[in-house]
Design a protein around this ligand. Structure first.
Ligand SMILES: Cc1ncc(COP(=O)(O)O)c(C=O)c1O
Length: 387
């Protein structure tokens, strides 16, 4: 599919420029999706069924693995992946200090103990070097988070994991379609989790998630856990959860999966355009891509000084820029009990004060993007001294 038509057909000057435009995404697929949704609603097949099975097969094939298990959310997917691998009370799980809280929540919910490691200064992804420093005999798993749309350094992380004899579980919530040396996100770990939260590159019309794996035993364990510990109706082999993919969500995801490559390609065009338009702005530090990575730009994250003022200017100018995320995990109240203090993870801390996510989504028009660049330029040019 030719993705360049997005900027042609949709070129217009609109007022507010959101961080992400899900209504535009729906408008593109509405004609083909709505009859399908009518079919599901009128046949009253709401949980599981052939649509869910078809999506699981298609998504597994897309990721290049043999199994996909649809679940109710990405947070559940991380937790069930951990439980499937056998993480439980007393087990340490190494995660980046710079991630969305769900990665850490899932570790705690599985009964494990999150151990934080700092990230690489250029990509802000989990640093294998830092992981190696915190791995102990109690470590059971490492969770690289493919933050912002690109895959963490899986070669080095796999070496650390192999040396310690621990499992790698990917958190690919932000990286559907990303590759590293041609291999897809979701195919590196013994098991991988992903989120189909609406704003993700592949997003449902509500909460949804999945695990992917080449290991049939891990897939079966996740499926069992997500279905009340039951394979056969009313025969419960253990205590599980209610975490299944709704049929409606599977139908939405099947339609969007067919467009994911084109949508990711358009994201890459827009990211390259930001790179080019902002290249001469020394005050704006541009995001770096790891060698060997094909980025899918879930978020385009720059770094600036005086971030609060810059963000305020953008908001006043009608631009929905955001921050992902304003607090590293160790400075988040929910994880104060880990006992860390400011200065423990300097790269994550410095990034949290400087990062700024600019609007980037497949339906963003070139002239909207020009306006973002113009306003960002204006914001960073403003005198830092205010009397
Ligand atoms: C890195 C990361 N991990 C996990 C999750 C959790 O996914 P969900 O919101 O579907 O539970 C998210 C979602 O925002 C995420 O960004």
């Amino acid at each position: 599919m030719d993705t360049t038509h997005y900027s042609g057909e949709l070129t217009m000057t609109v007022g507010y420029i959101p961080l992400v435009d899900l209504a535009a995404q729906h408008a593109e697929i509405a004609d083909e999706l709505m009859p399908e949704l009518n079919r599901v609603l009128s046949t009253a097949s709401y949980v599981g069924g052939p649509d869910v099975a078809a999506f699981e097969e298609e998504y597994a094939s897309y990721c290049g693995v043999s199994h996909c298990v649809g679940l109710a959310s990405g947070t559940d997917a991380v937790e069930l992946a951990l439980r499937a691998v056998g993480v439980g009370p007393g087990d340490e799980v190494v995660i980046p200090a710079n991630t969305f809280i769900a990665t850490a929540e899932a570790v705690v919910r599985a009964g494990g103990h999150p151990v934080l490691a700092d990230v690489e200064p250029d990509t802000l992804l989990l640093s294998a070097e830092q992981v190696a420093r915190v791995v102990t005999s109690r470590t059971k798993a490492i969770i690289p988070v493919h933050l912002f749309g690109q895959i963490a350094d899986m070669t080095s992380l796999a070496e650390v994991a192999a040396g310690a004899g621990v499992a790698i579980i990917e958190d690919g919530a932000q990286s559907q379609g990303a590759t590293q040396h041609g291999r897809r996100s979701g195919s590196f770990g013994v098991v991988a989790a992903t989120s189909f939260y609406p704003g993700k590159n592949l997003g449902a019309a509500g909460d949804a998630g999945a695990v992917t794996t080449n290991d049939p035993a891990l897939a079966a364990a996740a499926r069992l856990l997500g279905n009340h510990g039951s394979r056969v109706k009313y025969v419960h082999e253990g205590i599980g959860f209610n975490s299944r993919l709704d049929t409606v969500q599977a139908v939405v995801l099947r339609h969007k999966l067919r467009r994911l490559e084109a949508w990711n390609a358009r994201r890459r065009v827009l990211a390259a355009r930001y790179d080019e338009l902002l290249a001469d702005r020394g005050e704006v530090v541009l995001p770096a891509t790891r060698p060997g990575n094909e980025h899918v730009w879930h978020l385009y994250v720059v770094q600036v000084d005086r971030r609060t003022e810059v963000l305020q200017h953008l908001h006043e100018a009608g631009i929905g820029a955001g921050i992902h995320y304003p607090y590293p995990l160790h400075l988040t109240p929910a994880f104060r009990h880990l006992g860390h203090t400011p200065g423990d993870f300097p790269v994550s801390e410095s990034a949290a004060e400087r990062i700024l996510s600019l609007p980037l989504y497949p339906h963003l028009c070139d002239d909207q993007q020009d306006r973002v660049v113009e306003e960002l330029t204006r914001a960073v040019d403003r005198s830092p001294v205010r009397i």
